[in-house]
Design a protein around this ligand. Sequence first.
Ligand SMILES: C[S@@+](CC[C@H](N)C(=O)[O-])C[C@H]1O[C@@H](n2cnc3c(N)ncnc32)[C@H](O)[C@@H]1O
Length: 257
Amino acid sequence: MIGSVNVEDDPADGWFPESVAADYDDPRGANAPEVVTPAVDVLEELADGPVLEFAVGTGRIAAPLAARGVPVSGIELSRAMAARIAGKPGGDAVDVVLGDMTTTRVGGRFSLVYLVYNTISNVTTQDGQVDVFRNAAAHLRPGGLFLVEVGLPDLRRLPPGQDTVPFAMEAGAAGGYVGFDQYDVVTQQFTSNHVTVSPDGTGSFRRLPFRYAWPAEMDLMARIAGMRLKHRWADWDRSELTADSTKHVSVWEKTRA
Ligand SMILES: C[S@@+](CC[C@H](N)C(=O)[O-])C[C@H]1O[C@@H](n2cnc3c(N)ncnc32)[C@H](O)[C@@H]1O
């Protein structure tokens, strides 16, 4: 993060330390029922036994899924994020292991491993993303499913010579906010940038690194890991992916041990 350093933040928690975790469960946005419920509906339907969430965070999805009676485990890098799971309805039932989803193994064989809310992109190398697919497959029983929800990079909004796409611009008496992504189309690295200005004119600049991979590259990662594409949707409503889609929800099936 560029800007203020919070003394309570543990560097081991990566990009999601205490100061970020404290605001993560804001009931609007990604935590709103109209966002959470369609995802939980699909995951419940795909589950045929225990499931595992990679990068389970504060249990935004895992806790309500566990509350429906699905046995849910999770892997999470940030202690500050994971500490919030147990306090939610269903959260007590989520079995959480602290670790890196590229390497960490948890006991058991799962019917479904899932990785939502763009978090595959938090792994910023191709090798690391392949390791995520391999690790998912290693946790699946034959025929088990790996689901990824991730935004599609906004490359179609980049004219030649430009590398930046704004996605938010809010200004008012209470201050302002500007959000923009900056792409390197050669390396497939990008950053999401958040500039927040307070009413007194002071502000902060938060810059998070990501790597994008086109769906076809993910299909190859899945093949390397012994899986093949079963479903590809534009969203949790299972609508068709089109040239105008802004994200995809893809599901691969484990086809070999
Ligand atoms: C955008 S949040 C998503 C959390 C949760 N899946 C959700 O849908 O709300 C990203 C989470 O991924 C975790 N994370 C990032 N890289 C990770 C890694 N390599 N292994 C495990 N967790 C990771 C972060 O600590 C953070 O909690």
